[in-house]
Design a protein around this ligand. Sequence first.
Ligand code: HEM
Length: 232
Amino acid sequence: MRFLLSSLGVLSVGLLVLGVWWFVQHSVGRGLSLATPAEQAGSRLFHPEAMAATAAIYGHMILGGLLTLLAPLQLLGPVRRAVPRVHRMLGRLVAGLALATGAGGLAYILSQGTVGGPWMSLGFGLYGVLLMIAAVRTVQLARRRDPAHRAWAGRLVILALASWIYRMHYGLWHAFTGGVATSDDFSGTFDRIQVFAFYLPYLALFEAVRLLWPSRRRSVRLAEGRAAPGRA
Ligand code: HEM
């Protein structure tokens, strides 16, 4: 049974990596294109008068692309069990990428805002803050060997994938509705919902599943009345 579950897990992570691949290529490629005259001439994210903000947003594309690719690998149970050193090293790398990606996005928002105005800046800003908090908590708790590490790691993986989920929502919406309630300046109803809908519902679902389906270790703690209050 354990072997079957483990194989299913590896297969799911493999499919996830294949699924995000196009976005990883797009994001890293777009970030690296900063040096090209075509990108500089045609992109609204290139600001010659604000090169620090420009570097921050293009840098976050490269690092965020790597984050999207590497974060799901941390879910591989066999790697965690067989080579914990690799899991720990990759974990630090993923957390570092999440911190740098969040910081790059936030620096750009504070300097230039976003194409969708204050509402989009709020949604993306909160996203960046949550990503950075999840990265810090995941590493802190792992170092203390605190079981709450797993929950924070789960939140971190969801947030690391959320940028890809955002594009998937748009792709599916355009495929099924032709883009109803969207607009070029991101002021449509769908656009305005999306600035929060690419991460908050998934985090809520994760918390609901954790509540309804406690892990065996947590069930034992609860049954013995040893659940630490306030712990994730
Ligand atoms: C998690 C990995 C992330 C990846 C792979 C990623 C990738 C990208 C890419 C490729 C773009 C350019 C638009 C496009 O070509 O689609 C972009 C734009 C942007 N991203 Fe990210 N991003 C990530 C996380 C974040 C985070 C955490 C924040 C917030 C702190 C953020 C804030 C922004 C902003 C503000 C823009 C520009 C929006 C505008 O057009 O005004 N991103 N991102």
